[in-house]
Design a protein around this ligand. Structure first.
Ligand SMILES: *Cc1c(COP(=O)(O)O)cnc(C)c1O
Length: 231
């Protein structure tokens, strides 16, 4: 297949090297870290090209777009990670293609997913808000345990861990925000020892996330290039 997205292979290689280097810096095994390539706003052809380059994990943040790409690329059997705010009324549909949902942020969403028809449980990450702004997405840290208990009671979900987006750099340095996230992860593990995953780290802060113990990186633009305008 001709390369339709110039530079993609090189950028992917650069990020993979960056991830390995950041792991080695803090004496972590790169094998412990899953790189999810965030392909939002990019066409299915870019996802197909990533698959040819060996990518299996892709992230999307809008239901309709994700649903369409997952349908178009069904034959590739990719692991689709849903990482954006999910409307309760779309939850059952997202459960049809998403193997992981990183944005479990309220009990009503868990209740909706509880009624989904799934072949196997969906990997669930409870999203916590690292800022004081409720509009940023994620549950308030004080709600973490209650939400996690609810996920644990739900047959269609398997609690994997915690997820967060760093505050803006001018609000707080990523390293200090991710240190707090590591503390929330410990709280979660004292409730559910298997829920040890930490989904954190994007283009500009993945090294800090790795240093704080992230197991799932969600990296978009460093690999895909600049995002086209949303359609
Ligand atoms: C877009 C997005 C990413 C990837 O962001 P980049 O800065 O392009 O790496 C990661 N996580 C979430 C929740 C996103 O919406």
């Amino acid at each position: 297949m001709p390369e339709q997205h110039p530079g993609l292979a090189e950028r992917l290689a650069t990020v993979r090297e960056g991830v390995s280097a950041a792991c080695l810096d803090v004496s972590r095994d790169p094998e412990e870290v899953t790189l999810i390539v965030v392909t939002k706003f990019h066409p299915a052809s870019l996802v197909a090209e990533l698959a040819e380059l060996g990518v299996r994990d892709v992230g999307e943040n809008r239901h309709q777009e994700a649903q369409a790409k997952a349908a178009e690329l069904a034959a590739l059997d990719l692991h689709w990670h849903f990482i954006g705010q999910l409307q309760t009324k779309k939850a059952r549909q997202a459960a049809q293609y998403a193997r992981s949902i990183h944005s479990i942020d309220r009990e009503r969403l868990v209740d909706a997913l509880a009624t989904a028809e799934v072949e196997r449980p969906i990997d669930a990450f409870v999203q916590v808000n690292l800022t004081e702004d409720p509009g940023r997405g994620g549950a308030a840290p004080e709600d973490l345990e209650r939400l996690a208990e609810r996920v644990l009671e739900t047959q269609t979900l398997r609690l994997r861990g915690i997820m967060a987006v760093a505050p803006l750099p001018e609000e707080e340095h990523a390293a200090s925000a991710f240190a707090r996230l590591a503390g929330y992860s410990e709280r979660l593990r004292s409730l559910a020892p298997d829920a040890a995953a930490i989904s954190a780290g994007m283009t500009h802060d993945y090294a800090e996330a790795i240093a704080a113990g992230a197991t799932h990186l969600r990296i978009g633009s460093a690999i895909t290039g600049k995002r086209p305008d949303p359609r």
